[in-house]
Design a protein around this ligand. Structure first.
Ligand code: ADP
Length: 846
């Protein structure tokens, strides 16, 4: 009643746009008077006004739309209809335009695309496959080119250079997969010059329902074999029995040398290799120098393997259940399935216990489409079918759905469902219906939910000698071609849901008279939206057409929801063998059950998203940190800050304690030595006390100075490299841990606790631990790094070095090829040039 009096919200919204349409129409003669050259000139002028004079895009909309319309007419012979202008405005406002198939969404997008391209921050048009990206970019490229705007296409198989160029264009077409993967890949790069994407400014997602709803459950994942394949864990594990533990020494005792290959500090759960141990490992592994940067991971694995054997005990610290190493909570003694030790320690224990080492093919980066697209400054979408999912679009993406009226009235006749008792009766009727269309010459498009069903119908048609095409969404380009011809006389096309998506079907000669394209659905989909997509292929732009769905009581959907009641109704109606019924009540009941399934799926997606939100926040934080590290001019401030954070963690609590016992003191000193290599300072070596914070900071700065002096001109890059390396390695580990946490959280008995909250809490703890480890790993690298005299400059040279300004190309070439050799080359067994009297490999060479 209210709707009748005031019109729906949708109507009111459309009404508000009317005056703007009138404005655009009024501008038409003015635009028609322009010469072709005036078009790019106007665009450039507007670009300048938007960028430099702060002119508002909304303010420019009528003029810009009028210009695009005229450009469309001149460049492509297509003048945007008024309803298309409405669609364009809806897109510009960051909403979803629901426009029926054949209404010309490809052309509609150009309006919002051009207007938003004026801000010069990039506009992305997202399609469901490469074929459509290419087709639309080329097709609409005529219009863009006429306006002097550049268009790029991102498809599978491009190089980074090509991608970068495409993203630098005013307008970029591409698939959701490519955009998403480029984002993830960018966040694995080491130099900002290698980034291909610009900021995520504005995206128009075509077929927005299939991308944001149908594909919402499968995230994009970049995975790779972990650098430390399981083989390495096993190999290193094999060394452990050969390594002998030193007799524990009194911490006071500095004179007795350790008598084994490694020393164990039980309390701090730390292990250090002795000189003898290092030599033994080198020998066993057949390598020359364990401390060579290329063996950094071997070193790490050896220590972890030793820890696994000597600090972690079966059925105390962990248990092995069903081939998995499950940690045991040290306080409660409860198993903690899903929790994993980081830094390869868990894998080392797995190798020790001879169970499967979980590290092959791990996730390096992942994101869901929801979360990728939510990052855009402004997001818009178009599709023929969004209205049934408008609640979800609104709740999850804040996207409002506006239903745009069709250009011409829709006259397709949608017949009520035909319902049969069994599959066999249903398929017989389908085959006969198709045969009938074929005989009369009316084209028919048969929609199935699976390839098997398509093949079943195909076999039946072969028997009836009805020629037909079968499509299954595997060959986008060919299928688009076949679907485009599906409206010709006598054509029979069988297609799964996705096949030929995005291509519209024009009617052939004389087909209108035969009733247009007939759509035949072989069962109802769980979601009404998918059914509407199929129907929408017929009746485009005021064409005649018809549709009918065939159902059977034993269809999946019918069985799952309310088939007993249906059966009752049907029996009461006195249904006979082979006979179909058409009944409003039954169709209504089916729609109701579809709505129920839709809601159920929405809940599942919402749940998933809530879990994913935790990861999403962490990913944001890490990627932001990464970008900061990548783009910082100088790393000095960051590194000092990290050192302070580490001291805050390691040193401050001990310093704050009044009665510090010797054991704790020794443990803290050991940590300082391990991480910061303070042992190189006499002031540290010759004391049992803890250094003050100022002293610790002063030493750290000194160590960094020494490093800087040993690699002039490359110091900043070295810092950056190790920080990013540490971040990536630990983040990768963390992703794995989060996966395991999530898998395990459901298994744990949480009593009254909400698993989602638990996941959030523990996820946050793991994240904090990881951030700490990133700092520690990097600091450890800085303080233990010795740049050997013969290190070639190229090793730290990056591809496009912008922060070094070369005078001319000649000197730049010289600079890059000169091998720095400011110290004599020293052999590993030579006496160390520092004058310590030790062998080089045991002193500075270490
Ligand atoms: P949709 O994606 O909405 O199903 P398309 O973008 O594929 O529709 O366009 C359908 C057809 O309508 C295309 O062949 C296109 O050339 C045509 N078309 C769209 N808009 C116009 C227009 N304003 N004038 C003439 N033809 C148009």
């Amino acid at each position: 009643m209210l709707k009748f009096l005031f019109g729906s919200k949708n109507d009111r919204y459309l009404k508000k746009l009317e005056p703007i349409i009138a404005q655009i129409n009024d501008l038409e003669p003015q635009m028609q008077a322009l010469s072709d050259e005036d078009f790019p000139a106007k665009i450039n002028q507007w670009k300048d006004e938007v960028q430099n004079q702060g002119r508002d895009l909304d303010d420019l909309l009528p003029e810009c739309f009028a210009l695009v319309r005229e450009a469309g007419r001149r460049a492509m012979g297509m003048r945007h209809y008024d309803v298309q202008l409405i669609g364009g405005m809806v897109l510009h406002q960051g909403k979803i335009s629901e426009m029926k198939t054949g209404e010309g969404k490809t052309l509609v997008a150009t309006l919002a695309v051009v207007l938003n391209a004026l801000s010069c921050k990039g506009v992305h048009v997202v399609t469901v496959n490469d074929y459509l990206a290419k087709r639309d970019a080329e097709w609409m490229g005529q219009l863009y080119g006429f306006l002097g705007l550049t268009v790029g296409v991102i498809v599978h198989g491009l190089s980074d250079e090509e991608r970068k160029a495409a993203y630098a264009s005013d307008i970029t077409y591409g698939t959701n997969n490519e955009f998403g993967f480029d984002y993830l890949r960018d966040n694995m790069k080491f130099y900002k010059e290698q980034l291909v994407q610009r900021e995520l400014n504005y995206a128009i997602v075509d077929e927005v329902d299939s991308i944001l709803i149908d594909e919402a459950r499968t995230p994009l994942i970049i995975s790779g074999a972990a650098d430390s394949a399981s083989g390495l864990y096993q190999r290193i594990n094999g060394l452990v029995p050969s390594l002998k533990m030193s007799t524990p020494r009194d911490p006071e005792d500095k004179d007795t040398p350790p008598d084994g290959d490694f020393e164990l500090d039980e309390k701090g759960k730390t292990i250090t290799l002795t000189d003898a141990g290092v030599e033994k490992c080198e020998e066993l592994l057949g390598i020359d120098n364990l401390f060579d940067p290329q063996h950094i991971s071997l070193q790490h694995h050896i220590l972890q393997a030793l820890k696994a054997h000597h600090c972690f005990h079966l059925d105390v610290d962990y248990m092995v259940t069903e081939g998995q190493v499950v940690l045991v909570d040290e306080f409660t003694g409860r198993p903690m399935p899903g929790r994993r030790l980081s830094e390869g320690l868990h894998q080392a224990i797995e190798a020790k216990e001879g169970v499967k080492v979980e590290s092959e093919n791990q996730t390096l980066a992942s994101i869901t489409f929801q979360n990728y697209f939510r990052m855009y400054e402004k997001l818009a979408g178009m599709t023929g079918t969004a209205d049934t999912e408008s609640v979800e679009f609104n709740q999850i993406y804040g996207l409002e759905v506006i239903v745009i009226p069709t250009h011409k009235d829709m006259i397709r006749k949608d017949h009520p469902d035909a319902i049969f008792k069994s599959q066999q009766e249903k398929y017989n009727a389908i085959a006969l219906d198709i045969q009938d269309c074929y005989k009369r010459g009316q084209p028919v498009l048969v929609g199935t939910v699976s390839i098997e069903k398509s093949e079943l119908i195909s076999r039946m048609l072969k028997k009836l000698k009805v020629p037909h095409n079968v499509l299954n969404a595997k060959h986008h380009e060919n299928e688009a071609q076949i679907v485009a011809e599906a409206g010709e006389k006598q054509k029979v096309t069988i297609a799964t849901n996705m096949a030929g998506r995005g291509t519209d079907i024009k009617l052939g000669e004389g087909v209108k008279e035969l009733g247009g394209l007939h759509i035949l659905g072989t069962e109802r989909h769980e979601s009404r939206r998918i059914d509407n997509q199929l129907r929408g292929r017929s009746g485009r732009q005021g064409d005649p057409g018809s549709s009918r769905f065939y159902l059977a009581l034993d269809d999946d959907l019918m069985r799952l929801f309310g088939s007993d009641r249906l059966k009752g109704i049907m029996e009461r109606l006195g249904m006979e063998e082979g006979q179909a019924i058409e009944n409003k009540m039954v169709s209504g009941a089916i729609e109701k059950s579809q709505t129920r399934v839709e809601n159920h799926h929405f809940e599942i997606r919402k749940q998933l998203l809530e879990y994913d939100d935790v990861m999403n926040q962490q990913r944001h934080a890490i990627y932001e940190l990464r970008r900061d590290l990548m783009s910082a001019e100088s790393m000095d401030g960051i590194v000092e800050e990290y050192a302070e954070d580490l001291f805050e963690e390691i040193l401050s609590p001990a310093l704050a304690e009044k009665n510090l016992d010797d054991e704790t003191k020794a443990a803290v000193r050991l940590r300082l030595e391990e991480v910061f290599d303070f042992g190189r300072y006499e002031g540290f070596r010759n004391s049992d006390e803890l250094p003050g914070l100022d002293q610790a900071m002063a030493w750290t700065k000194d160590i960094l100075k020494v490093l800087e002096a040993s690699a002039p001109g490359h110091y900043q890059e070295i810092l950056r490299y190790f920080l990013l390396e540490s971040l990536d390695r630990n983040w990768k580990e963390h992703l794995l841990n989060m996966d395991h946490l999530r898998d395990g959280i459901g298994l744990r008995g949480y009593g009254q606790k909400d698993p989602k909250q638990e996941y959030k809490r523990e996820g946050f703890e793991l994240f904090q631990e990881m951030i700490y480890t990133i700092k520690e790993t990097a600091m450890r690298a800085f303080c233990h790094l010795r740049i050997e005299a013969e290190v070639k400059e190229e090793e730290f040279q990056h591809e496009t070095n912008e922060d070094v300004e070369y005078q001319d190309s000649e000197s730049s070439r010289r600079k890059q090829t000169t091998v720095r050799r400011d110290a004599p080359k020293v052999g590993r067994n030579d006496p160390c040039p520092c004058g310590s009297g030790k062998k080089y490999k045991k002193c500075c060479g270490k």
